[in-house]
Design a protein around this ligand. Sequence first.
Ligand SMILES: *Cc1c(COP(=O)(O)O)cnc(C)c1O
Length: 219
Amino acid sequence: MAFDFKTYQEILHQLNGAATLVAVSKTKPHTDIMEAYASGVRDFGENYVQELLEKQPILPQDIRWHFIGHLQSNKVKYIAPFVHLIHGVDKLGLLDEIQKQALKNQRTISVLIQVHVASEETKYGFSPREAIEIFTQLDKSRYSQITFCGIMAMATFTNDQSQLQREFSAAKEVFDSLSKVMGNDWQTLSMGMSSDWNLAVAAGSTLVRLGSILFGSRN
Ligand SMILES: *Cc1c(COP(=O)(O)O)cnc(C)c1O
């Protein structure tokens, strides 16, 4: 299976415009991406800079590339010319670098703040308390080239529905509480993957990141 058009259509139907679907194409060849593109998909997510840099030049230029992985400051310069949305801002230092590279490229770069709501230790992001504290106080005028669009969160890898619900609600609370101070572009709550997207949408997600459900499992 390369791209599962039928499932894609079914999910779009269920989303009914409530959330943007980003097709997560990491590890998948550009031929799979072209199949999805031919079906109308324009938003794609990648989480390795090197892989994104190999794909971006040879694929249609109207693709909106979402960087959904952990981003190191020294790699920002490579994706700054074209990236549509950086999902995983997890340190203030990263913002400084994004500001610098956006200026160099004479563009504005949209970002999401990553909030850690999962019980696993390994996932990146600010704790809900930190996120609220830091971004309420942040001097946004330092970041003239950055558009703060919202929050990204990943839930724990579990089947426990009530735990997933709690985690998604925690992210939604941070999103809502910061919306008062972050301005009009604060519209995106990126949460939900192949296994939990419907719970995420029920909890208020406005963007789901779907990989294996559309492209098949990864090796
Ligand atoms: C890989 C990945 C996804 C997609 O995962 P699936 O379970 O295949 O849908 C979503 N978000 C992030 C941050 C990822 O790294």
